[in-house]
Design a binder for this molecule. Structure first.
Ligand code: HSE
Length: 404
C-alpha cells in the first residue's frame, strides 16, 4: 500500500479523493497496490464529507510523515503551492499537480529536484484537463521531432465562444455558466485574457523542445474584443473563432509561439472542438498530424488525469521517469516573424475604402449586409508587415488572425 496526501480540497482535489474511492479496485490493479488517502490539507473543515477525518491544516504534517510517498497539489496559484511542492520533492515524495501556473513558472526547477531525489514530478492534468497529452509527448511520440503544436487549450473560453457563436449567449452569461460548472479559474481573467492558454502552450512547447520555455515571452491576446458581429462574418465564410495557442519549430531552431483568437475554417480539425472540450493537434516530422481531444476542464476529467499520475508514480516509486525539460532555454522567435492571413473588419463600403486596403492584398471581400462596414481577408503576411501596413489606417473595427 502507498499513502497519498491531497493539498487543496477544491474542485480538483475533491475529484481526486472521489476517484480514489470510487475506482479503488481498478486503481489497485493498475498500480499493483492500494493507494490510500491519508491526509487532505486545506484551510477549511469539511464536516460530513467523506474526508472529514483526514483534514489537516498544517503542511509540515505531510512533509514530515515518511509514510506519505505520493502528494497531489490541487491548490492552484503559486503561493503556497510552490514552496509546498518543492518541500515535498526535497523530502523525497512524488508530486502530481494540476496547476499549470506552477508548472509554467517553476517546472524546470521542480523537474531538476525530482531528478536529483529520484522521485517524479508529474503534471498530466495541467494541460487539456482529462486529455492524455503530456504522457503521449514523452512516451508515444518520443522518437518524433515535434514540428508544430496547435491547441484549443482553455475550456472556459471555448465554452463562452461556442455559446456566443451557436446560441447567441452574451459573453457575461456564458462566463457565469462556465464558472458555475467549475471550469473557470478562481479569477477568470486568466481564462479570458489568454494567460491560462499561454501557460499551457509554454508547457507543451517545453515538453516538445526538451528545453525551458519562458511563458512571459509568448505574445498573448484574449477574447474580450471578439463580438457577435465578428461571428456573423466568420459564419458567412464558413469559419468560427476560437482561442488557440500555436507553436512552430523553425528551421533556425527557434520556436515561434503565440496565443490569440483565431478564425478557423470548417475543414480544420480544430473547428469541431466545441464547448468545454479541448483539442490539441501535434505535428511530428515522421508521423504527421495526431490530434488529442476530450474534456479540457472540470472536476472528474481533470482529477482522472491526476489519478493516472498517481498510478504512474506507484509503478515507478524508486525511479525518476525520464520526461520534461532541462534548464536550457528555448529561444523564441519574435512575434513579428509569425505569418497569418488576417480578417480585417473596417468601417465604410468597399467602393470607397478598397484602395486604402490594397496593401493587405485582399483575397476576399465579405459583406453581411451592413451599410456601414465590411471586411476583407488579407494575403499571407508576417505580423511585422501587417502591423506596419495597418499603422495609421483609420476605421479598423476588428482584426482576427486566421489559422491556415
Ligand atoms: N480554467 C481552465 C479552463 C481549467 O477553463 O480550461 C482547466 O485547466
Amino acid at each position: 500500500m502507498m499513502n497519498a496526501a491531497i493539498m487543496g480540497y477544491g474542485t480538483i482535489g475533491s475529484g481526486v479523493a472521489e476517484i480514489l474511492e470510487k475506482n479503488k479496485e481498478t486503481i489497485r490493479k493498475a498500480a499493483g497496490q492500494e493507494i490510500a488517502l491519508k491526509y487532505v490539507l486545506d484551510l477549511r473543515e469539511f464536516p460530513g464529507s467523506p474526508v472529514e477525518d483526514k483534514v489537516i491544516h498544517d503542511f509540515s504534517v505531510i512533509e514530515q510523515d515518511p509514510e506519505v510517498e505520493l502528494v497531489v497539489e490541487a491548490m492552484g496559484g503559486l503561493n503556497p503551492a510552490y514552496p509546498f511542492v518543492k518541500a515535498c520533492l526535497l523530502a523525497g515524495k512524488h508530486v502530481a499537480t494540476s496547476n499549470k501556473a506552477l508548472v509554467a513558472a517553476y517546472g524546470s526547477e521542480l523537474l531538476e529536484i525530482a531528478r536529483e531525489k529520484q522521485v517524479n514530478f508529474f503534471f498530466e492534468a495541467s494541460v487539456g484537463g482529462g486529455i492524455p497529452i503530456i504522457r503521449p509527448l514523452y512516451n508515444c511520440l518520443m522518437g518524433e521531432e515535434i514540428r508544430e503544436i496547435t491547441g484549443v487549450l482553455n475550456g472556459t473560453t471555448n465554452f463562452i465562444l461556442t455559446k456566443m457563436d451557436e446560441e447567441g449567449w452574451s459573453f457575461d452569461a456564458a462566463l457565469k455558466e462556465a464558472q458555475r460548472l467549475g471550469y473557470a479559474e478562481q479569477d477568470p481573467t486568466a481564462d479570458v485574457e489568454g494567460h491560462d492558454t499561454c501557460r499551457k502552450l509554454a508547457i507543451l512547447t517545453a515538453m516538445a523542445a526538451g528545453k525551458e520555455v519562458n511563458y512571459e515571452e509568448i505574445c498573448t491576446e484574449g477574447i474580450t474584443r471578439i463580438s457577435d458581429r465578428d461571428f456573423q462574418y466568420a459564419k458567412k465564410i464558413g469559419m468560427s473563432v476560437k482561442l488557440a495557442g500555436l507553436s512552430r519549430l523553425g528551421k533556425d531552431g527557434k520556436v515561434s509561439a503565440c496565443v490569440a483568437p483565431l478564425m478557423i475554417d470548417k475543414a480544420h480539425p480544430l473547428y469541431t472542438v466545441k464547448d468545454v472540450y479541448n483539442g490539441i493537434l501535434v505535428k511530428g516530422n515522421m508521423l504527421g498530424d495526431t490530434m488529442y481531444y476530450g474534456s479540457g476542464a472540470g472536476k472528474l476529467p481533470t482529477a482522472s488525469a491526476v489519478v493516472a499520475d498517481l498510478i504512474e508514480m506507484a509503478r515507478h516509486k524508486d525511479e525518476n521517469v525520464k520526461m520534461g525539460w532541462t534548464l536550457e532555454k528555448q529561444e523564441l522567435a519574435p512575434m513579428g516573424a509569425n505569418e497569418f492571413r488576417y480578417f480585417i473588419r473596417v468601417s465604410g463600403q468597399p467602393e470607397e475604402r478598397l484602395a486604402d486596403l490594397m496593401a493587405f492584398g485582399p483575397r476576399e471581400i465579405i459583406s453581411i449586409g451592413q451599410p456601414e462596414e465590411f471586411a476583407i481577408v488579407s494575403k499571407v503576411m508576417s505580423e511585422a508587415d501587417y502591423q506596419e501596413t495597418a499603422l495609421g489606417l483609420e476605421g479598423i473595427l476588428s482584426v482576427i488572425r486566421m489559422l491556415a
